[in-house]
Design a protein around this ligand. Sequence first.
Ligand code: MG
Length: 312
Amino acid sequence: MTSVPAPDRALGAVIGSAVGDALGAPFEFGPQGAFSARFPEPGRGGEMCGGGGWDPGEATDDTQMAVLVAESLLECGGLDLPDVFRRFERWAAAGPKDIGLQTEAVLSSGDGWDTAAALHFQVNGRGAGNGALMRAAPSAVHFAPLGRDATMDAARRIAALTHGDRAAWEGTAVFHELVRVALAGDDPLTALPGTLRAVHPGHRARYATVLARDWHPDLATEFNGAVWPCLGSAVWALRTTATYEEAVRAAIDLGGDTDTVAAVTGGLAGAAYGIAAVPARWTEALHVPLPGFGGRVLHSAELADIARRLHG
Ligand SMILES: [Mg+2]
């Protein structure tokens, strides 16, 4: 793993996450093993199949929101939370094909960037979906050079724009840190104990459970649309496979929220293995519509450019 240059890992994280999203989208809410049943021979091709309302290679809200964060970071020269929130609002108002229930409620509430998610959480008491974790690959690349505390803090603040539950912040912070470790050429799995020590004490035990070596996605106590099993499943997929392709296949085969579990897995595995490990037959078909932003559709080349600039 250590022979992969850091810029290739940054591209792997951003594009690897987008590819996982697009690859998993047609299998959302499907049963376990559906991907392997349809594509039994790895490497054969045709996996970017589309379906469920998605064109082949079309990325969903996960990657669309990730790009919005990325473009805000680049255009503002750093973290401008009101600007990120405004971009989210503009996108949500344009009617994307998919948007998380909680994210939609927060972004259409008309409340301010610094209160909307908290108010929604106060009223509903539920805010621990995976909707902030799913969009974190670009910000993880951008903040990695600043070190562990800074990248985890930035993750929490971006997550808090749409998710009022600290559990969602902490899961996103763990993802940021694992990507930082991978970009540095180290093993994110080895970094888990140290990362857990940086998790808010009130949330540490629950993350320790799903990130443990002997945890399996079948042990999840919630649907994998929740932040804990989603992150745990992504780390499990990375731990139990040896390539980017195998990790993403394993993630989609879990069923449930396949696009997001594969987006998170793809971000981690892409950072660990680098862009060369992401199959070209998958990146070629990849495209990311951006509702609300002039009908723009980004392809792999544009995502690569974004990733390079985020990496600096
Ligand atoms: Mg999605």
